[in-house]
Design a protein around this ligand. Structure first.
Ligand code: ZN
Ligand code: ZN
Length: 352
């Protein structure tokens, strides 16, 4: 805050707020100054806030109106706080209008200042040991789900039945929920990078892409495996092999100090040499944590350097419209000397 020239900071994005305070409720705002921190929430969360928020870190105040409005008014009333930052990427125009209207008229113009760059999010990019332990557990839960679903898959099952089984099983294994809508894309639909599960029946012969993740203690997992129903043709087997090699090259390139674009290129180069550059239509991966998509982005032109403790996905894929698609995705924790794969489920082509 000092470096950004700020006296005060308003935090409303719930993942940021959770990261700083421990509060997991769905309605809150956190106000910070150089001297104090106060979390505002509503009456539904009296007990939960008392339990989750360390009082040494932040005082809790229950309000009957908007927590963010109360936080802005509190910041404006603190001595020495002439203006306060907020994250414009996480604020709607309507919210900003409401916050300004709640300020004394002489402060409306200048008190709230849009941050040029987020302040809290970068703190979340590097995970500490406790976070890494939770994420490892979440990733392993994802692997157990994959293992379970292999015994369930058969031609004729509808894609949404596969998704439902995975989601049901995830809850039974202790997940708080799925980190995004489960992707089940079979046959020609596997050529859709984000094919949502539909009522389409699994074919007797063809690829099946499963991209899914669970939430555990607030942290997301994310993994993709593509399996084959029946016996693949030679061109399908070769295509799978190319994606697997690209994925492994991407994983092998992960290390502290490496630029994200270099990791992307490690994977992309393999597919380019296989004549599949055009078919790889997205970036290689993304950060993951309290949110399913965080920085850094593992893509072309991304010069951010990986730091120990970052957790990123490596997920190259190819999509041949009208034919098939293949994607393989692991979560990888960046270490000083390389990358540690958190999702050790089998990657050699599984034929069912
Ligand atoms: Zn995924
Ligand atoms: Zn992903």
């Amino acid at each position: 805050m000092t470096r950004a020239g700020l006296h005060g900071l308003l935090v409303t994005h719930l993942s940021d707020l959770r990261y700083l305070s421990g509060f997991t409720g769905s309605s809150a705002a956190l106000a910070l100054t150089g001297r104090a921190a106060r979390l505002f929430t509503d009456g539904r969360y009296i007990a939960q806030a008392a339990e989750e928020v360390n009082v040494k870190a932040a005082q809790v105040q229950i309000v009957s109106s908007s927590p963010a409005v109360a936080a802005v008014q509190w910041l404006a009333a603190q001595s020495g706080v002439e203006f306060a930052g907020f994250d414009p990427a996480r604020t709607t125009v309507a919210e900003l209008t409401r916050w300004k209207a709640a300020l004394p008229s002489h402060l409306r113009r200048s008190f709230l200042s849009a941050l040029a760059a987020p302040l809290v999010e970068p703190l979340r990019w590097v995970k500490d040991e406790e976070e890494l332990a939770i994420m490892t557990e979440a990733a392993l839960l994802g692997c157990s789900l994959f293992d379970h679903i292999l015994g369930f898959l058969r031609p004729g099952l509808k894609e949404f039945e596969v998704a439902a089984e995975m989601e049901h099983q995830a809850r039974l294994l202790g997940a708080e929920g799925m980190s995004f809508e489960t992707i089940v894309a079979s046959g020609v639909r596997s050529a859709l990078p984000h094919g949502r599960a539909t009522s389409a029946p699994l074919p007797r012969r063809g690829f099946l892409t499963l991209d899914f993740g669970v939430i555990l203690k607030g942290y997301c997992s994310d993994m993709t495996r593509t399996v084959y129903l029946g016996t693949p043709k030679a061109n399908e087997r070769n295509a799978y092999q190319a994606v697997l090699e690209a994925q492994e090259a991407g994983v092998a390139a992960v290390s502290a100090g490496v630029r994200c674009e270099e990791v992307d290129e490690a994977a992309r180069g393999v597919l380019r040499r296989a004549g599949l550059a055009e078919a790889f239509s997205h970036s290689t991966g993304h950060g993951v944590g309290l949110e399913i998509h965080e920085s850094p982005r593992i893509g072309a032109g991304q010069t951010t350097r990986l730091l120990p403790g970052m957790v990123v996905t490596i997920e190259p894929g190819i999509y041949l419209a009208g034919q098939f698609g293949i994607r393989i995705e692991d979560m990888v924790a960046v270490t000083r000397t390389g990358g540690q794969v958190l999702t050790p489920a089998p990657k050699a082509l599984i034929e069912l």
